[in-house]
Ligand binder design. Structure first.
Ligand code: SF4
Ligand code: SF4
Length: 75
């Protein structure tokens, strides 16, 4: 995981249900083009525009507990 990244997804746990994509209103999550070892397209976190606000809705909605969200450190 990159330093400062707010969302970490364990791709091997992902079952490609898409709930997290649906609930992220910042559009930070998308399906990969590759599959994990179980054959599922997994989720990738992309926050090039720094829109993620660590709301953690994605983690809350994930039935596989594949997502961890970190709060931004206060400076
Ligand atoms: S923490 Fe919130 S804003 Fe960030 S990726 Fe998850 S749902 Fe989207
Ligand atoms: S909610 Fe969880 S299992 Fe479903 S697509 Fe997102 S990361 Fe994968």
């Amino acid at each position: 995981m990159n330093k400062g990244q707010k969302v970490n997804i364990e791709k091997e746990k992902c079952k490609s249900c898409g709930y997290c994509i649906h609930f992220c209103n910042k559009g930070n999550l998308s399906l990969s083009k590759a599959v994990n070892t179980r054959g599922y397209l997994y989720i990738e976190f992309n926050d090039k525009e720094n829109k993620c606000n660590s709301c953690a809705l994605c983690a809350l909605m994930c039935p596989e507990a594949a997502i961890e969200v970190y709060k931004e450190e206060k400076k």
